[in-house]
Ligand binder design. Structure first.
Ligand code: AMP
Length: 212
């Protein structure tokens, strides 16, 4: 079964993806993670994407869609979670063309619904290891020792785009470009709206109950 997760920044897409990888053995495709890895290794794609990401804006569709196609080829045969892609209606249309091309299908499109006030709190308090693999929250999930990862002992960082002034731009990009996807997948008949509030394990149970 292939699924996608979409919703505003801070909705918990990354957290739920990790739980799905751990508990259901699915393969995770996060366009945000792919961009951050490209930025770290200073590829031309990374250099191009960085200016948009740091400003809280969406990376152009032309760059994003090609990157996802490579992942679909690489992961063929696995159950896939698309996390943070598509983020615009043109991306969703491009995804449908790729699915046709590779004879794949998205069984369910999960929309994680979270009130805006909580999103801001989740994003400004988020801290993580430099590779983004271990994620904490100053209030909701603090590490044992302030500023240090419980698992690896590395210092924790704040994503540049998790600063309050950039978050406002990301939320606006979400409202304008990503929220119309709800209607898109509703019309396509595979939209599942999940309440993204509460313990991550409770949200996960809501998603898992749909994966049958
Ligand atoms: P995320 O890790 O999903 O919060 O994504 C971080 C940033 O990467 C976003 O704010 C965008 O700048 C960029 N990004 C991630 N996925 C996409 C996408 N599908 N389309 C355009 N930009 C994206």
């Amino acid at each position: 079964m292939n699924i996608l997760l979409f919703g505003p920044p801070g909705a918990g897409k990354g957290t739920q993806s990790s739980l799905l990888v751990e508990n259901k053995g699915m393969a995770h495709v996060s366009t945000g993670d792919l961009f951050r890895a490209a930025i770290k290794s200073e590829t031309s794609l990374g250099i191009e994407a960085k200016k948009y990401i740091d400003a809280g804006e969406l990376v152009p569709d032309s760059v994003t869609v090609g990157m996802v196609e490579e992942e679909l080829i690489r992961l063929k045969g696995k159950d896939i979670i698309l996390d943070g892609f598509p983020r615009t209606v043109p991306q969703a249309e491009a995804l449908n063309a790729l699915l046709d091309k590779y004879e794949l299908k998205i069984d369910k499109a999960f929309f994680l619904e979270v009130p805006e006030k909580l999103l801001m709190k989740r994003l400004t308090g988020r801290r993580m290891t430099a590779d983004g693999k271990n994620v904490y929250h100053l209030e909701f999930n603090p590490p044992q020792q302030e500023g240090v990862c419980d698992v690896t002992g590395e210092p924790l960082i704040q994503r540049k785009d998790d600063r309050e002034e950039v978050i406002a731009t990301r939320l606006k990009a979400y409202e304008e470009s990503t929220s119309p996807l709800k209607e898109f997948y509703k019309n396509q008949g595979n939209l599942v709206v999940v309440e993204g509030v509460g313990e991550p394990s409770d949200v996960f149970d809501r998603i898992a109950s749909e994966l049958v």
